[in-house]
Design a protein. Structure first.
Length: 400
C-alpha cells in the first residue's frame, strides 16, 4: 500500500530533523524534505543527505537566493521595512518565499499535506500557515513541534534515542536561523534579558573591540530605490548583499539586541546580525530624505510601519500588502543616487548623499550672501500659520 507523501520544509536543525522520524511514526507519511537556499551559508548537500539518512524518501534543494533578494528583500528595502524600529525582518521575509515553494512542490509531487518544524509559541508557525493557506487553502498543514508537546531537552533526548544527529546540546544550546538578509539567535543564556550575549553567538559580525582602528567609508548607489553599485562597482543583487554583509560585519555593524513583541502575545529576547540590511536601509533612507517632498516622506513612514507589521505578522500575500507595495513603488521613481557611509567600530553613519533628483537647493538653505530665500515672506506666513492659535488664545486665555 502506497503511503501518503508530505512535503517538509527542512532546515537540518533539531526540530525538523526530529519531525522526519515523528511524521513517519505518528502519521505513517513518506516524507519529502525540501531545503530552500536563501543564503544560509550551510552545507546543503550534507543537509540533503542527513534527511535521507533519517528516513526521508526524497530530499530536494532549491537555490532561491536570487528570487529572495529581488522579489522579497528589495521590495522590503524600498519600504524601509523594520519591525519595532529594530528588526529588519530577515527571518520573516524568507517565510512567504519558502511557503510558496512548499506549495509548488506539493502540487508537483501530488501531496495533500505539508509540514514545518515551527513550535507553538513562535511567529514562524503563523507565517507558514497563513501563507500556505493564502496560496493553497486546500492543503492540510501538520506542525509536529506544536503537537508533540516536548520541551527542548526532551526533543534532544528523542533525537538521541532515535539516532538522529543534531548540532545542539549543552555546549551549543542556541536556536539559529540565518539567510542572506540576517541571522537570528535565541535560547540558552539569551533567554535572560539581563545577560550580555556571549561573543560566541555571533558569526556575521566581529565585536566592536576587534574592529579596524580606522573607519571604513562606503558608497552605495541606487537606481529607483534598488541598490546596484558599491564604491562604483556594479554587482548582481545577490553579490551586492553578500559583499555588504562582509564589509558591515568586518566593522561590527548590524548587531541587534531586541526585546520583541511576538505576534502570539509574548515578549522574547532576540539577537540579530543584519549587516547588509542595516547598511542598505540606512543608505536608502538617507537618499529618500534628499529626493522626496516632505508630505510624501512623512506619509511614507506611516505606511512603512504598517508594511513591516504585515510582513512580521505573516500576511505577505494579503491584498493590503500588495496595495501598499504599489504605493511604495510609486515613491521610488526619483530615488536614484548615492549615499556615503562611515563605518566605525559597530556604528554606521551617513556622511554624504547626492542625486540628480535632489530637492536640496543650496541657495535656499545657505546663510551666506548667495541666499535667495525670501525672508520678508516668512513674517506673513508665520502670522497665517499661527492665526488659529492666536484666535484661540484671545478667546480662552482669561478662562484658564
Amino acid at each position: 500500500m502506497t503511503r501518503e507523501k508530505v512535503i517538509l520544509a527542512y532546515s537540518g536543525g533539531l526540530d525538523t530533523s526530529v519531525a522526519i522520524k515523528w511524521l513517519m511514526k505518528e502519521y505513517n507519511f513518506d516524507v519529502v524534505s525540501l531545503i530552500i537556499d536563501v543564503g544560509q551559508k550551510e552545507n546543503l548537500e550534507a543537509i540533503k543527505e542527513k534527511a535521507l539518512r533519517i528516513g526521508a524518501v526524497d530530499s530536494i534543494c532549491i537555490d532561491a537566493k536570487l528570487s529572495f533578494v529581488k522579489e522579497y528583500l528589495f521590495p522590503a528595502l524600498k519600504a524601509n521595512a523594520v519591525y519595532e524600529d529594530q528588526y529588519p525582518l530577515s527571518t520573516a521575509l524568507s517565510r512567504p518565499l519558502i511557503a510558496k515553494l512548499i506549495v509548488d512542490m506539493a502540487h508537483k509531487k501530488g501531496a495533500t499535506t505539508v509540514t514545518h518544524g515551527c513550535t507553538g509559541k513562535g511567529n514562524d508557525q503563523v507565517r507558514f500557515d497563513v501563507s500556505i493557506s493564502a496560496l493553497a487553502p486546500e492543503l492540510k498543514i501538520v506542525a509536529p513541534a506544536r503537537e508533540w508537546g516536548l520541551s527542548r531537552d526532551e526533543v534532544m533526548e528523542y533525537a538521541k534515542t532515535n539516532g538522529i544527529p543534531v548540532d545542539v546540546g549543552i555546549q551549543n544550546p542556541y536556536s539559529i536561523d540565518q539567510n542572506i538578509w540576517g541571522r537570528s539567535i535565541e535560547c540558552g543564556v539569551l533567554e535572560d534579558p539581563w545577560i550580555e550575549p556571549p561573543e560566541e553567538v555571533y558569526e556575521f559580525t566581529v565585536s566592536p573591540e576587534s574592529c579596524p582602528a580606522q573607519p571604513t567609508y562606503l558608497e552605495i548607489e541606487f537606481k529607483q530605490g534598488i541598490p546596484e553599485k558599491i564604491n562604483g562597482e556594479k554587482l548582481s543583487p545577490v553579490e551586492l548583499v553578500e559583499k555588504l554583509n562582509q564589509i558591515g560585519g568586518a566593522n561590527g555593524v548590524g548587531r541587534i539586541d531586541h526585546i520583541e513583541n511576538r505576534l502570539v502575545g509574548i515578549k522574547s529576547r532576540e539577537i540579530y546580525e543584519c549587516p547588509a540590511a542595516q547598511l542598505l536601509i540606512t543608505a536608502h533612507k538617507s537618499l529618500e530624505s534628499l529626493v522626496l517632498i516632505r508630505e510624501m516622506l512623512h506619509y511614507k513612514k506611516l505606511v512603512e510601519e504598517k508594511y513591516s507589521e504585515l510582513v512580521y505578522y505573516g500576511r505577505w500575500f494579503s491584498p493590503l500588502r500588495k496595495a501598499i507595495d504599489a504605493f511604495i513603488e510609486s515613491t521610488q521613481e526619483n530615488v536614484t543616487g548615492k549615499a556615503r557611509l562611515k563605518l566605525y567600530k559597530g556604528n554606521c553613519s551617513i556622511v554624504g548623499r547626492e542625486s540628480s533628483f535632489s530637492l536640496y537647493e543650496h541657495e535656499l538653505a545657505t546663510y551666506d550672501k548667495s541666499d535667495t530665500f525670501d525672508h520678508k515672506a516668512a513674517e506673513g506666513f508665520i502670522k497665517l500659520w499661527g492665526l488659529d492659535l492666536k484666535t484661540y488664545a484671545g478667546r480662552f486665555q482669561d478662562e484658564s
